[in-house]
Design a protein around this ligand. Structure first.
Ligand code: ACO
Length: 424
């Protein structure tokens, strides 16, 4: 198949067809308007490819997710570190031993914040949502680290290294505890956990169960091709905006409850079900009623129409973490019940609505003692290498143009201007 044919007002137009490395087919409409005067309309972009990308592959029908060709299961179960996956996403290959050491050195030795930046935290109210702080602080990095020749790579490292420090400081600020500085010999997840939970008055050992689980969570969130936040990052980057400004915009996009904010919303929903007596069927029924304004949070996905492979792994992990801790979480039982009730309901079956990555992730964060308000920040930390890889790809694609969609205008047609004094 080389071309597609479009007949518009009786006239036939040939459109080139692009086939991806996994056989995905796209009709190239780049010259459509020039040739026909018409544009395509795809509200929500469900059928629109915004770019060609070599980073992440998803087959939503089969439940496949691969970073640079590697299955997510293999990366997680093969004992990969999050820092290696970040390298993979950014540079296309898994690092060898020497590259791993150099990379990890960079990621730790850039993790301190400029001391002046600590003062920014004083200005935020203690009730500030940590996503607001994260976005503001990431944008603020552009005031310290300018774009310039040979600055792009070091700025990428600075951002990756400092994001976890910013995230942990935003939590410390919210509970009024002193900031804990990073330690260079620790892994990315261990360093973050220590900055979150250590206090200067007593020793702190990172629990290896949490370190392993967090490493896994970060890997599972690391990229997801052209989702809302990654597309935002690419859109902002396409105007030539710097790395920090583009990523700060991505943080904003992720915050929404239909995207990364769903992990916080899931726990709030499970708590609501628990407080209501635990009747999951009642909530499944409510989610089916369009006028209820209620949706099952952590359910459904634009791309996955079978299962979300990340959710399958996380469901296993939450069970293991709680078992290893010898702990129980009544919300896990409610979540499993809810999943069961939804998956056997024709409404969810017909619409192919399955639990997504956000459904179980919050229960693992809870077991670690991470507060609900920080959940979406955890997502952002994981997604950061993906956003940066997407930004970099956008910026280095030959012939890439500013992202500027069109519209079908439905407003008033031209009318005569009426001066203020003459308006009725
Ligand atoms: N609960 C109840 N009904 C749902 C749900 C849900 N969680 N999700 C979708 N539906 C229904 C819709 O009402 C719609 O029904 P209809 O065909 O009768 O009108 C149908 O399923 C298709 O849903 P859309 O909203 O058109 O699907 P879309 O691809 O636009 O949205 C989304 C996907 C945003 C994830 C949606 O499923 C949702 O709101 N889920 C809950 C929020 C959530 O978990 N978000 C996290 C997604 S994963 C991520 O971003 C990391």
């Amino acid at each position: 198949m080389k071309t597609a044919k479009l007949v518009l007002e009786g006239k036939e137009h040939e459109l080139p067809v692009v086939v991806g490395s996994e056989g995905e087919v796209g009709i190239d409409i780049a010259k459509l308007r020039q040739a026909t005067g018409a544009i395509t309309l795809d509200d929500g972009y469900g059928n629109t490819g915004s770019c060609k990308s070599a980073i992440t592959f998803i087959d939503g029908e089969k439940g496949i997710l691969r970073y640079r060709g590697y299955d997510i299961d293999d990366l997680v179960r093969g004992g990969c570190r999050f820092s290696e996956v970040a390298y993979l996403l950014l540079y296309g290959e898994l690092p060898n031993q020497r590259e791993t050491e150099a990379w990890r050195y960079q990621l730790t030795h850039h993790s301190l914040l400029h001391e002046d930046m600590k003062k920014f935290f004083e200005g935020f109210p203690s009730s500030a949502h940590p996503m607001a702080i994260l976005s503001a602080m990431v944008a603020s990095l552009s005031t310290y680290y300018l774009e310039g020749e040979n600055q792009e790579e070091v700025n990428i490292i600075r951002l990756l290294a400092k994001a976890k420090t910013i995230a942990a400081f935003s939590y410390k600020k919210s509970i009024g505890q002193p900031f804990v500085y990073p330690l260079n010999h620790l892994s990315y997840p261990a360093n973050f956990l220590r900055m979150m939970f250590a206090v200067p008055t007593e020793p702190y050992e990172v629990n290896p169960i949490f370190e392993k689980a967090l490493n896994q969570l970060l890997i599972l969130h690391a990229d997801h091709e052209q989702n809302c936040s990654a597309s935002t990052v690419r859109m902002v980057g396409s105007s030539g905006a710097n790395l920090f400004a583009s990523i700060a915009a991505g943080v904003g996009a992720l915050w929404g409850p239909l995207h990364g904010g769903a992990n916080q919303a899931v726990i709030e929903m499970l708590e609501q079900i628990q407080a209501d007596g635990g009747n999951t069927k009642k909530f499944v029924d409510m989610a089916k009623k369009k006028d209820s304004g209620f949706r099952l949070m952590g359910f459904g996905h634009r791309v996955y129409k079978n299962h979300d492979p990340r959710c399958r792994i996380l469901k296993e992990t939450v069970g293991k973490v709680l078992e290893q801790l010898g702990a129980k979480d009544p919300l896990l039982d409610i979540a499993k019940d809810l999943e069961q009730a939804a998956l056997s309901d024709p409404y969810f079956i017909e619409r192919k609505l399955y639990p997504n990555v956000d459904f179980y992730s919050g229960l693992i964060y809870r077991a670690m003692g991470i507060p609900t308000s920080m959940f979406t920040v955890m997502f952002a930390l994981g997604r950061l290498p993906g956003w940066i890889a997407q930004w970099k790809e956008e910026r280095t694609t030959a012939g890439a143009r500013i992202h500027r969609p069109r519209q079908i205008y439905t407003g008033r047609t031209q009318r005569k201007f009426v001066p203020l004094a003459e308006r009725p």
